[in-house]
Design a protein around this ligand. Structure first.
Ligand SMILES: Nc1ncnc2c1ncn2[C@@H]1O[C@H](COP(=O)(O)OP(=O)(O)OP(=O)(O)O)[C@@H](O)[C@H]1O
Length: 345
């Protein structure tokens, strides 16, 4: 099956006025599979928006190829690009609604542009508003709606022409946590019920954890790593990815918790990661048993990622210093280990 989106050695440079050239996207290779919900994460300025704007040809690459649904958009003419854009939905952080039009008018607008008859438009708009849960708001104006309702209008508008790909640029960043959860659930419903491939740009790992199956981490225009959410979360390669993951998993002790634990646990403190399918849970207990070291579990977090268990357990290891060191080395070879040292160090 053709990948909905494929980036091949894509680079995008901008001519900044003062700072010279900006390398917003730097030699990115990425495949988005059909039915994926991919999260593109990174700090401000990492190049996320530019990467996503390359998908619907709002930006064109300086070099490399962006292939959407099998078609290389770097060789398309303007008419083909317009058609491509109409087949890709986009949702924005600030909703981008037309204030002078009603909810129904906003949602029906892309259909009007596409030449749909009034009767067909009305039918489709009613269907869309029902789907996103605001059927009763059709005649209201955006100013009469809450943020979450406005975003539902934005989503309904983006879905109007039944796009195969939906791009969501920080779609929940302007919403409170509860509304964020509702809008994320709606995006997930779009993915599962309509089969839409969704590209989510976010700086929040919680968003990735709750709705994405794959993730790409960007920094300085580069794609640092990408893969299934479980793989990247349980085996992050870059320190930047690790920092992002720590913001959502909270399964390792925070510096404050660690300081508190040290009061009652003077021994060497280590956290070990346990992943599904690696057999490391048995390996862990076997390894702990092989050494003449007393181990006490003092902190543990069980998280679930993509319905699979992922956990990090924190132990105090006490005994002869050399034995403890040998155990730490053995543990490091079979698990993802973080060594917090002992209070004496
Ligand atoms: N049209 C433009 N002209 C010049 N520079 C640009 C343009 N668009 C983006 N940039 C620059 O490219 C880099 C990447 O920007 P981009 O908006 O893609 O990052 P981002 O990760 O989406 O950040 P944010 O989360 O703040 O939106 C930044 O240095 C930005 O200033």
């Amino acid at each position: 099956m053709t990948a909905p989106v494929s980036f091949r050695n894509v680079t995008k440079r901008f001519d900044g006025s003062k700072s010279g050239q900006v390398l917003a996207v730097d030699d990115v290779n990425l495949e988005v599979a059909a039915g994926d919900v991919i999260g593109v994460v990174g700090y401000s300025g990492a190049g996320k928006s530019t990467l996503v704007r390359l998908i619907n040809a709002l930006e064109l690459p300086t070099s490399g190829h962006v292939v959407v649904d099998g078609d290389d958009l770097t060789i398309m003419n303007e008419r083909q690009l317009r058609e491509l854009r109409s087949n890709i939905g986009m949702v924005f952080q600030q909703f981008n609604l037309m204030t002078s039009r009603t909810v129904a008018g906003n949602v029906g607008y892309p259909l009007k542009v596409a030449g749909w008859s009034r009767a067909d438009r009305n039918k489709r708009v009613a269907e869309l508003l029902e789907f996103v849960g605001i059927a009763d708001k059709a005649r209201q104006f955006p100013s009469q709606l809450s943020g979450g309702q406005k975003q539902r209008v934005g989503i309904a508008r983006a879905l109007a022409t039944s796009p195969k790909i939906l791009l969501a640029d920080e779609a929940t960043s302007a919403l409170d946590p509860e509304t964020t959860g509702d809008v994320l659930a709606l995006l997930k419903k779009i993915n599962t019920e309509l089969g839409t491939t969704i590209v989510v740009i976010t700086h929040e790992m919680d968003v990735v954890r709750s709705i994405c199956n794959t993730v790409g981490v960007m920094s300085g225009g580069k794609l640092l790593e990408s893969g299934s959410v479980y793989e990247v979360f349980s085996n992050p390669r870059s320190s930047e990815t690790k920092r992002f993951i720590e913001t959502t998993l909270k399964d390792k002790p925070s510096p404050e918790t660690l300081a508190r634990l040290r009061h009652s646990h003077p021994g060497r403190i280590v956290s070990v990661g346990i992943r599904e399918g690696t057999g490391s849970r048995t390996t862990l207990s076997d390894t702990l048993r092989r050494f003449d070291v007393h181990s006490t579990m003092i902190y543990g977090g069980i998280s679930e990622i993509q319905q699979k268990p992922f956990r990090s357990l924190t132990y105090e290891l006490s005994g002869n210093e050399r034995d403890v060191e040998a155990l730490v080395i053995a543990l490091r070879s079979v698990t993802d280990l973080q060594d917090w040292g002992s209070s004496g160090e």
